[in-house]
Design a protein. Structure first.
Lengths: 256, 285, 256, 285
């Protein structure tokens, strides 16, 4: 940790998420933290990443906080406008997208996601936005990374609704299901980075100041811990934090 | 220059021609380019038992659902972005008065695209292995299949051809040639899938004023051209006006208090106004 | 015949072909005489016909003779430009085209067309332009009309290559083949109008000055003749001829 | 504004990267927008055994066929409009050195569209009952099928993903965002189907100079941006220059005299010129 540098949990999440982006990735980003992660990566270690919005905006570079991907502020600086069929069809279903950055209400140990509805213990259902392009991204991107805050209720062995498939569904692999790509490779939260692989979930790193045992206890899915314990996630740099605060989330909606 | 047919029509006359039970396709996306003037007029006219198809639901659909006008909604998801969820849709779905048929955004767009192109069916890998495939499969709209060329699993979907599509464009000439700037999401496929298409235009321009290379919707598929300046308010139209965040938040807050809240909103802002112009005057003042 | 009015065979063909166009038809036209027929209809009895070119031009209104549908002169006055997928896909395969106007090298008694290759008696093959959108138009338009000069070698019971299907192929009807629309309803030549129906070809009318028996002799396909003999095709009017000469085919490439 | 990657490349360097046996997709249409500069460079480089896919063949393909560079041509037909037929293609096909696989224009465009969208396959009614369906069926690219939703016959076609597409655009920025005016025929589908895409541009413009709503080909699918002013000569580029009818007629007349005529044309105008610029100087002078 750099002396005197402090950050919020949201900022830590944005930075850790951004590190999952590789330079050259062609990326479809969801609204909110996924978008902040993508833009942060592009302005730091991944200058040639391509960011695409399912609504039909290529490589936007917004200067204001946007209320969603349907907010024209979000499209500012785009070099090309097209259609959903162009982004989710030609780019994604056409196997040209290397990375999807996705949020979720619930995730299971294989990285399958629920963004549709939550059922409370009393059976009350609460509905959310549904798939949008989320299922399509999970189905066709070469890999996906899940970006979410770390709350135990968000980790579930059985999802209330499986909106977007992960590495396995009902014991079946992606090729068996007919899906392309590796599927989710990591869940990045505001406490840890959980790697997803062929054999399941592993606690790859915990963020500075986090206790690994406490993180494991707060993650009610099967979760392997490396023999030597998890690594520590690199701390945010001043440059990353300045970018987030001044440019990428100035209203602090996602990282405040 | 061929002048073509004059397809202009008032919103009132257009809505008068839409019967109860019509399958409507709408093309707004959350807080952008919703056909709000059209939704108000339909609600005031008391239309019922509509089927609505929309790739990403927004305010227009939520108003119709809140008014009890929609029996079935086929969508790929929806919200009012950070303002909040589609309370009208969600309450009607949870209450059982509205059947919600969910797809992924791409899968539904592909069904519309197949309808537009007259394809017998269309195949995708989207939705494989997810719970999204269940309802459409039960309804016979989607079937598990396989690629005859390599044996890989896929889903085979029927084409979708709604009765009427209503889309909000920047400008149209009287024949129907229309232009859209900015991202177009599922507007092109929605417009082309429907058996009949109305373009609601911010502005009516002279035939020839739109560069033919910039025409996004050719007159040949347009049945009605409806002038409606600011007709997407309080949602945004790129290059024309921003969304009205305060009004959207008021709508979401009304919905958060339950069906009575939405009923009160409709009473005040829709049933309680004689026209969309009156609504605009009251809302923007 | 109006006294003092004379016309060429090509002009007669253009006029007779134009009369097949109904006001309100949505029409895809091929190059050459079909195009002249379409434009003539629009300027006379069918002002609200929509003319589309497969290349992606909507409602062109050219003022110069064009060398083909790929000649930009042909697109002049279009109100919208789009793609081949828009015209042959959305409009035609999407069942929005009521009429196709097509030329041919060879036609059979059911209106199937060959535009691909001719085999001479010595077995020599001569290749032509192939289908282009011709097969698509024959397959999906509500009805088609064939526009061609009247030469016995162009009428064949068995085509050298069946590029575009007519009302029946190998004894099978269009619904049996999976095709939509009625198929070809007429062959219009520079000598006659041959109606095509469910039971085959009928000599509906011969052009002014033509001997019906000579026309039948020059039409080596099964051809019914109505009990009272064929009608006489209406003569071109001065207005039609002036349009053709001054505006629609000023270089007389098609009607000279 | 994101500046993006710089994809600019000379025609010579681009052609140097194309191996014998490559599956090329071309997008000219008869006498418009042919990638003639590219075809000349390929011929001079002596490329052989190419597979070419093109919805409507034109001069570019005929030059390649005349030079003996093409083993297989998949097309939906082609000509040089009223100037005459594709003698190079026809002579190679009749002589047996070139395998011609014919489709209808729509069917082939749909195969490219399926490739672009990553669809497992695509279905159509076109070509049913015609002789066109035979060769593609024998090759395993097309199968007789039926619509699982209503039992109607259809043809099921495999998606087509050529290795490299080369398309001629009006303007492109260095990242690859490109614009086309006028009719676009099969250019959008051809460009998107290929695994790699080169845009040959009349003009290279600054990033941001093309209104994003007017971008027809987004940089995200472009691998090479090749400046080539007048690179489609003697075919036409709408809004830039007309075809050269005299040159086209000379080419067709050469072809009408048989393979020797085409060989003489190539000797004089292609092998006999060191570059396309030299050809232009000699041809236009």
């Amino acid at each position: 940790m750099t002396p005197g540098v402090t950050w919020t949990r949201g900022e830590m999440l944005a930075v850790a998420g951004s590190l999952q982006v590789r330079d050259g990735d062609v990326t479809v980003v969801g609204l909110g933290l996924p978008q902040v992660c993508g833009f942060l990566a592009r302005r730091t270690h991944a200058p040639s990443v391509r960011l695409l919005l399912e609504i039909g905006a290529f490589e936007p570079d917004p200067t204001e906080s946007a209320m969603g991907i349907a907010d024209p502020r979000m499209w500012e600086g785009s070099t090309a406008f097209g259609s959903l069929l162009e982004v989710l069809g030609v780019m994604l279903h056409g196997q040209r997208v290397s990375l999807g950055l996705l949020g979720a209400l619930e995730v299971d140990q294989w990285g399958s996601l629920n963004t549709t509805e939550i059922v409370a213990e009393d059976g009350t259902r609460r509905r959310f936005r549904g798939s949008g392009g989320g299922n399509d991204i999970s189905s066709s991107a070469e890999r996906t990374v899940i970006i979410m805050t770390h709350q135990p209720r968000k980790f579930a062995s059985t999802l209330a609704f499986l909106t977007s498939p992960g590495r396995r569904v009902d014991g079946r692999s992606r090729p068996e299901l007919g899906l392309t790509g590796e599927g989710p490779t990591a869940i990045v939260t505001d406490r840890a980075v959980i790697a997803l692989g062929a054999s399941g979930a592993t606690l790859e790193s915990v963020h500075p100041g986090e206790d690994p045992d406490a993180v494991v206890a707060a993650t009610p899915i099967p979760l392997a811990v490396p023999a030597g314990g998890p690594a520590e996630t690199p701390s945010p740099t001043r440059f990353q934090l300045d970018l987030i605060r001044s440019r990428l989330d100035p209203k602090r909606w996602y990282t405040g | 220059m061929t002048v073509g047919l004059d397809r202009r029509c008032s919103m009132g006359d257009f809505v008068a021609g839409i019967a109860d039970g019509t399958h409507l396709a709408l093309a707004g996306f959350a807080i952008s380019r919703n056909a709000v003037a059209f939704a108000h007029e339909l609600v005031r006219a008391g239309r019922r038992h509509l089927t609505v198809t929309q790739v990403i639901g927004g305010l227009e659909t939520d108003l119709l659902a809140a008014a009890g006008a929609v029996d079935t909604l086929t969508y790929g998801g929806g919200s009012l972005d950070r303002y909040g969820p589609l309370h009208g849709v969600n309450q009607a779905a949870l209450g059982g008065s509205l059947t919600l048929v969910e797809y992924s955004a791409l899968a539904l767009t592909l069904r519309l695209h197949a309808g537009a192109l007259g394809l017998p069916f269309i195949a995708t890998r989207s939705m494989l292995g997810s719970d999204l495939a269940s309802a459409p499969t039960d309804r016979g709209e989607v079937r598990a299949g396989e690629n005859p060329f390599d044996g890989a699993p896929c889903l085979i979907m029927s084409p979708l051809r709604p009765d009427v599509a209503v889309v909000h464009v920047d400008a149209a000439d009287k024949a129907g040639n229309a232009a859209i700037t900015g991202p177009t999401w599922s507007i092109p496929e929605t417009a082309r899938a429907a058996r009949s298409l109305a373009v609601v235009a911010e502005e009516i321009v002279k035939v020839g004023d739109i560069d033919p290379s910039n025409v996004d919707i050719p007159a040949a598929i347009v049945d009605a051209v409806i002038p409606a300046p600011r007709g997407a308010y309080p949602t945004a139209v790129y290059g024309h006006y921003d969304y009205d965040g305060a009004h959207l938040q008021m709508y979401v807050d009304a919905g958060a208090s339950g069906p009575a809240g939405l009923a009160a909103y409709l009473e005040r802002w829709v049933y309680g106004t004689a026209s969309f112009d009156e609504y605009l005057l009251r809302a923007v003042a």
